[in-house]
Design a protein. Structure first.
Length: 454
């Protein structure tokens, strides 16, 4: 295959690999969601965005709005670095709150030559469309503290005042979440850390050298911190949740390969919600050639389970994406945007891409006896990255929940699987064969065609 043929194939694949109902701009690099907030009945969602697929370009805050959490309108960036300003090398992650009818953002200002990303605040006076110049609201750690990481503020209302969590790494591999308190969102004082622990393995999970993107939720009477684990050599790893009154039992929030940097909406008409960055599993050269990378997950309802884990379900309004009549799943021909519903376990689901022998395929095995869901994408692509070993979700099913055993959302290269037990798995596949694709189900199931997010 010539280089021209290879590039043309990459460009064609980019078209059907690109998500349509998961939020992302038509081009460029997207990563962390930031500060979902509701103002006057409109959902505002911000996100880390670069207008081109080039990591040397400073990060902006992209912006989308929605009436229902699933249909989104993209806008111009709400925030961009100020030349020679406090965020001149990037407006990095944070969140937003409503302050006296205005949206106030808290975020990390990046300046390459400084050791920390300072905690900045900026206010929108036009309903969240743009933000004014920033100011520093929390002092950077003192040099003698030896702090290795300090970034990603998260602010929430606490009684008559406000609290702020900031992701940290302390010396000797101690990840932590610092905490600050304020009466007015402008003057902040440090209080006790929300959580910290020495890096170790817990149930096979590496707790990392630092925690970034901390989110704080009140779930079923417990204060729960959701953190993204990070190391200086390995970079992003997993998203974990822990209760502040029993932090020694952190657990995965998502059991797939591609969910990171979650962002919380503490209160909504659907209860507490989480969004996340759906990372790429192809290499940088591939996504740079395609001209785009990254997407945001579907918004997820979250709750605290009796086993001290966060469980999830897709926001109910996701049903509004369905198009046309429901069809029997087994043997159905589907496009790149589809939902596969499996009512009961046991069952086996295969999504076959193309007609080659052997065909590119993703397989899901729902084992009711073992209580597991296994997703195998090792044969998903003959030409691009397919990923490593199969992914297993334990304690996957709850027949009494009223939810299907599994809901499988396919959006180009994105797959999100939600189980009846509240487990969720997010991953990526890059088949070389364009749609139509074929669904095979050994069990009871149905499929829906899905529309895009606009």
């Amino acid at each position: 295959m010539s280089e021209l043929d290879r590039l043309q194939r990459v460009q064609v694949a980019a078209a059907y690999h690109q998500p349509r109902y998961h939020v992302r701009p038509p081009r460029g690099f997207l990563n962390d969601p930031n500060g979902p907030v509701v103002l006057d009945g409109v959902v505002h969602l911000y996100f880390q965005s670069r207008p081109v697929a080039d990591l040397t370009v400073p990060v902006e805050w992209g912006h989308a709005t929605s009436p229902d959490f699933v249909h989104w309108q993209l806008h111009r960036p709400a925030m961009a670095p100020l030349p020679d300003g406090l965020d001149r090398d990037g407006c990095w992650s944070g969140n937003t709150v409503v302050d006296e009818g205005r949206i106030r953002a808290f975020y990390s200002g990046r300046i390459h030559e400084l050791p920390y990303q300072s905690v900045l605040s900026a206010v929108s006076d036009d309903g969240g469309r743009t933000f004014g110049p920033p100011e520093v609201v929390v002092a950077d750690p003192a040099p003698e503290e030896g702090v290795t990481v300090f970034r990603d503020p998260f602010v929430w209302r606490a009684g008559d005042g406000w609290r702020m969590a900031v992701g940290c790494g302390y010396p000797d591999d101690v990840p932590a979440v610092r905490q600050y308190a304020s009466d007015d969102l402008r003057t902040w004082r440090r209080v006790d850390d929300l959580a910290s622990m020495t890096r170790h393995q817990h149930d096979g999970l590496d707790l990392g050298s630092a925690w970034e993107c901390p989110q704080v939720l009140e779930l079923d009477g417990r204060t729960v911190v959701v953190v993204s684990t990070w190391t200086p050599h390995g970079g992003p790893m997993e998203v974990l949740a822990l209760a502040t009154d029993d932090p020694g039992r952190p657990a995965l929030v998502d059991h797939g390969s591609s969910f990171y940097a979650s962002s919380a909406l503490r209160e909504s008409e659907h209860g507490p919600l989480l969004f996340g960055w759906v990372r790429e599993d192809r290499d940088q050269q591939q996504w740079a050639q395609a001209g785009w990378a990254g997407a945001l997950s579907l918004p997820r309802q979250v709750w605290w389970a009796p086993d001290d884990t966060v469980r999830s379900a897709p926001v109910p309004s996701v049903d509004g994406l369905r198009r046309g009549p429901v069809r029997a799943a087994d043997g159905a021909q589907v496009g790149a945007q589809t939902e596969i519903v499996v009512h009961d376990a046991p069952a086996t689901v295969r999504l076959r891409f193309g007609q080659d022998d052997p065909a590119e395929v993703v397989e899901l095995v729902l084992d009711a006896g073992a209580g597991t869901l296994v997703l195998d994408r090792t044969r998903a692509s003959a030409s691009l990255a397919s990923g490593g070993a199969p992914m297993t979700v334990d304690d996957a099913f709850d027949p009494g929940s009223g939810r299907p055993a599994a809901r499988v959302f396919v959006d180009g290269s994105v797959i999100e699987v939600f189980t009846s037990g509240g487990r969720v798995l997010t991953t990526r596949v890059y088949p070389s064969s364009p749609p139509p694709w074929t669904v095979e189900v050994d069990g009871t199931g149905e499929v829906w065609d899905l529309g895009d997010a606009s």
